[in-house]
Design a protein around this ligand. Structure first.
Ligand SMILES: [Zn+2]
Length: 311
């Protein structure tokens, strides 16, 4: 696992940065407007939404072995169906709320969970293993908003169902001393690219995690954990209608949201588990604090993060 990690990290370094250059391109400029009122300008502009998807936060999913391993878990086909249902409920609502384009990123375990055959025909699917897509997830400032579907909480989160941060070999991650998991990291990446995060569907712990960063984000808690491996879930139909309601409200409330900003320079600290610690190789901006804690420093969020891996 750690070997895999260091290989992909090197690849990311090769293909990295660039994305950061286009930063703030979407910002309003006095000359860019067409002389219309702010509201009508907003309505006539393309509204492109990026959906981060994962499996562990989907309703009805509590067991990683039985439900989350692509094509190995006995209940994998059911899991795909549940995630697809959640995605399609969100896509439907986003378009109803004013989205003009929706990209669904299949980000659970090497991008093999969704299919073009079954996603809403108006959406487009972003797929591929970690090394197949950019380290910054193909996000850029052409997107107006980001939402999470099927999202789990960070490693160690209280009652977070199948909680983890990227891999099970990671104990904790901090960005400038602020603890983050996938929700925090991707909210920060989106913010770096001037994209606000407006909604999340996942377990109650994941909802709480996003709302600590974006207090007024719309959240669909489709299940509530009693522990890391058990809890109560909504039924399919109830989950889909809750997601639809929240996604639609989120996109309608878009003008209220601001991108989440991290101050620069950035220090990323990763604490690995005993089994997960990668072999240390000396390189610029990377320091081994102790046996299990590595520090990655960069001029900004993306610069620091890409010294470690992908978002
Ligand atoms: Zn996952």
């Amino acid at each position: 696992m750690s070997e895999e990690f260091s290989v992909s990290r090197r690849d990311f370094l090769k293909t990295s940065t660039a994305a950061g250059a286009g930063l703030a391109a979407g910002a309003t400029s006095p000359t860019g407007g067409l002389g219309q009122a702010a509201t009508s300008t907003a309505r006539s502009k393309p509204l492109k939404v990026y959906i981060v998807t994962d499996m562990e936060g989907v309703h009805g999913i509590f067991n990683w072995e039985d439900q989350c391993q692509p094509f190995k878990s006995p209940r994998w086909t059911e899991s795909q169906k549940l995630l697809t249902g959640e995605v399609n409920a969100a896509v439907e609502a986003l378009f109803a709320g004013g989205a003009t384009e929706v990209i669904v990123a299949d980000l659970h375990d090497s991008g093999r969970s969704l299919s073009t055959e079954t996603i809403d025909p108006r959406a487009q699917l972003l797929q591929g293993p970690d090394e197949g897509i950019p380290a910054t997830l193909g996000l850029d400032s052409s997107y107006s908003a980001l939402i999470f579907i099927g999202q789990h909480a960070m490693a160690g989160a209280k009652d977070g169902v199948i909680s983890h941060s990227y891999g099970f070999e990671i104990q904790n991650i901090w960005v400038n001393n602020q603890i983050v998991g996938e929700i925090g990291a991707r909210t920060m990446l989106a913010g770096y690219l001037e994209i606000p995060v407006i909604m999340l569907a996942g377990d109650a712990a994941a909802c709480k995690e996003l709302q600590e960063l974006v207090p007024h984000a719309e959240c669909a808690a489709v299940k509530t954990g009693f522990s890391r491996t058990g809890g109560i879930s909504l039924s399919d139909q109830a989950a889909y209608s809750l997601i639809g309601e929240k996604a639609r409200r989120a996109v309608e409330r878009l003008p209220e949201f601001r991108p989440y900003k991290v101050s620069a320079p950035v220090e990323l600290k990763v604490e690995f588990t005993v089994q997960g610690t990668p072999v240390y190789r000396q390189r610029e901006g990377v320091e081994r604090e102790n046996d299990r804690v590595y520090v990655y420093r960069g001029k900004d969020l993306v610069d620091a993060w890409l010294r470690w891996g992908n978002f």
